[in-house]
Design a protein around this ligand. Structure first.
Ligand SMILES: Nc1ncnc2c1ncn2[C@@H]1O[C@H](COP(=O)(O)OP(=O)(O)OP(=O)(O)O)[C@@H](O)[C@H]1O
Length: 624
């Protein structure tokens, strides 16, 4: 059985409220007011023109078949007006297409801006780990950005169809009130069927979201440069292509089913309309034969039935368009209403410079209620001005602790205190301004070398001397300087450098070189209170590691830093070492004390150092 959380929530998508429609319309009007005005004008012209044309045709036919003295002047005026109405009818759709396309592009820009401004305010990581949030975001991005324009054009279609319909219905009522009633009544099934189809469409989009995202995932893997080595070596291309195609087939099959249903429904409705129109024409012909109708009346009747049916169908389509777009815009609005999992108090305290230190007090943490505890009562003090090293086996929760420190999550129980102030009382963005970090899974940006470092502090992005100082400190300046375009060298083979005509000018770095770039990025924020180094040298060769840690040691002197590393040689110099085990701080102290204690730290240290010595030395150590 599926849990309620996993159940497709088409009902949620169904929350199309009038308020959302108004928001969508306001958004469209703000995005491009002149295009909106042009579309309204086009709708008014397009709505009135068919009725006017039909009426002028009737006058013209009656004038020709029942000539009267001085009729020629009238006939010429009607014919001229008919021609003018024809020209307007021919021009208006082109103007409407232009205005509609322009509006759609601008709305897309506005919606994208709103969406990603919103996701930027979600300070934590929890939403980004929720597949349903990604599904919604994809729909909000895809269909949601089309929705405001679609709502507007559908409403205008409604106005236009309503105008045409009103004109034809008046004519039809004058000619035959019964026929007017029959034509109108025949539209009710269409309205109901379209509404039901829309609900199905919206539900289907929501249900297919995961499959569409998986399809994108497999497609991206097949062309991803980083994955290419394993894909080729392990011969995964066929397997991944199979998965991609399987997702596509699932999507196609579901869409085919819906299209078949729509075909049956809409085909049936068209037959009903044709039957009504045919019956009406038979009746009108008989009325003409009995002298009740003139030839112009028959022409007007036929045009009115066809026009009323056409405009009713267009009204139904427009209503259906509004309904459909409203359902899709619901996803956009749902993203916009997503609450942050990291509430920021309205009157958040200013984050003071770190004086005493950061304290983890009784911190318990798990990623979700149905997941195991990662931290089970961590008590740790990271003293200001000192280097604290955190060691432990894989998966013990060291990086998790770092994420709590950066307030990317809040503890499930307990508190993290910044000089005694709970991190939850601080603005996360301000808190992070006081930190710098090299994460274990640092990012390699497909940008220039200078930009890759400059991103560490956007105020230094164009400040080449500052960027170069950070690069020197990370030991990567000479390498970058020697690249074909120095700091302007594009570190990517996926994109062309927009500032360079040569598409092949991009360079790729080695793992260790990238790690130095990531270090330089962190060093750019050298005036921050806390430096977090999560496995900063895992990719460096022995000499580079020694050199970097020497520099780091100089850099860290008198500063507060948290160092996580499996290389015990790099953590031994820390002022304070804490061992994380079973979700708690199992041991802490300095290197000498922990070694003497003979616990987890001593075991880890001895095991590692044994690997660096000659076998007989290690044997002797073991027998000691
Ligand atoms: N976003 C997440 N959602 C759910 N579980 C997670 C998440 N991130 C990490 N975990 C789990 O938390 C545990 C601790 O992971 P963490 O990365 O903190 O360990 P670590 O001590 O840094 O490990 P390593 O030494 O291998 O880097 C692991 O069991 C991992 O599966």
């Amino acid at each position: 059985m599926r849990s309620p959380a996993a159940r497709p929530r088409s009902d949620e998508a169904d929350r199309g409220r009038l308020k959302d429609v108004l928001v969508a319309l306001a958004l469209a009007c703000r995005a491009d007011p002149s295009a909106v005005a042009l579309l309204v004008l086009a709708a008014l012209c397009a709505g009135g023109a068919p009725v006017l044309s039909a009426w002028l045709t009737k006058l013209l036919l009656d004038g020709i078949t029942q000539p009267s003295p001085g009729a020629l002047r009238h006939l010429l005026v009607w014919a001229g007006s008919l021609a003018a109405a024809g020209v307007i009818s021919a021009l208006v759709p082109h103007a409407a297409v232009y205005a509609g396309n322009r509006l759609s592009r601008r709305v897309k820009l506005t919606v994208r801006d709103r969406l990603f401004t919103k996701t930027g305010t979600l300070q934590g990581l929890a939403q980004l780990e929720d597949p349903r949030f990604h599904n919604r975001l994809m729909l909000a991005q895809q269909a949601g950005s089309e929705s405001p324009g679609q709502i507007l054009t559908s409403l205008l279609g409604l106005l236009q169809g309503g105008l045409t319909l009103g004109g034809f219905l008046v004519a039809l009522i004058l000619l035959s009130p019964v026929m007017a009633g029959v034509v109108t009544a025949a539209v009710i099934p269409a309205l109901l069927a379209e509404t039901a189809l829309n609900r199905r469409r919206a539900g289907l989009r929501w249900r297919l979201g995961p499959a569409e995202r998986r399809e994108i995932f497999y497609t991206d893997l097949l062309r991803d440069l980083k994955a290419a080595k394993e894909v080729r070596l392990f011969g995964l291309a066929g397997f991944l292509r199979g998965r991609m195609l399987s997702e596509m087939r699932t999507i196609n099959a579901a869409k085919d089913r819906l299209d078949r249903r729509a075909l049956h429904t809409q085909g049936g409705l068209s037959l009903l309309s044709a039957a009504v129109a045919g019956a009406g024409l038979v009746w009108a012909t008989r009325a003409a034969l009995s002298g009740e109708f003139t030839a112009g009346d028959v022409a007007m009747f036929a045009a009115s039935v066809a026009g009323a049916q056409g405009s009713l169908a267009s009204v139904v389509r427009s209503l259906s368009g509004v309904h459909d777009a409203m359902l899709m815009f619901g996803h956009h609005q749902a993203v916009m209403r997503t609450p942050s999992t990291l509430p920021v108090p309205a009157a958040a305290c200013a984050v003071p410079p770190l004086r005493r230190g950061i304290e983890f007090r009784g911190v318990w943490f798990r990623y979700a209620e149905d997941q195991p505890w990662i931290l089970r009562g961590v008590d740790l003090f990271i003293a200001s001005g000192e280097t604290t090293a955190l060691v432990g086996h894989n998966g013990e929760g060291k990086s998790t602790l770092v994420k709590l420190l950066c307030r990317l999550y809040d503890p499930t129980r307990g508190v993290v205190l910044w000089d005694g102030v709970d991190l939850r009382d601080l603005d996360p963005a301000e808190l992070r301004e006081r930190m710098s970090a090299v994460f274990q899974d640092y990012t390699c940006y497909d940008l220039t070398a200078g930009e890759n470092i400059g991103l560490g502090d956007l105020s230094a992005l164009g400040d080449r001397p500052r960027v170069a100082v950070a690069a020197r400190r990370a030991g990567v300046h000479d390498l970058i300087d020697g690249l074909p375009h120095g700091y302007d060298t594009f570190l990517s083979r996926m994109f062309e450098n927009p500032a360079d005509d040569d598409p092949a000018s991009g360079m790729l770095l080695s793992g260790g070189q990238w790690q130095r770039v990531a270090l330089a990025r962190a060093f750019l924020r050298d005036d921050r209170d806390l430096l977090i180094l999560d496995e900063p040298s895992s990719g460096l060769d022995a000499e580079a590691e020694y050199e970097i840690h020497k520099r780091l040691g100089e850099y860290r002197a008198g500063r507060t830093s948290l160092l996580i590393s499996h290389r015990m040689g790099t953590t031994r110099a820390a002022d304070h070492i804490a061992v994380l085990s079973d979700g708690r701080i199992a041991e802490q102290g300095d290197h000498g004390r922990l070694l003497a204690a003979g616990g987890i730290y001593a075991r880890l240290f001895r095991t590692q150092s044994r690997g660096y010595r000659e076998p007989d030395e290690a044997e002797a150590d073991l027998s000691r």
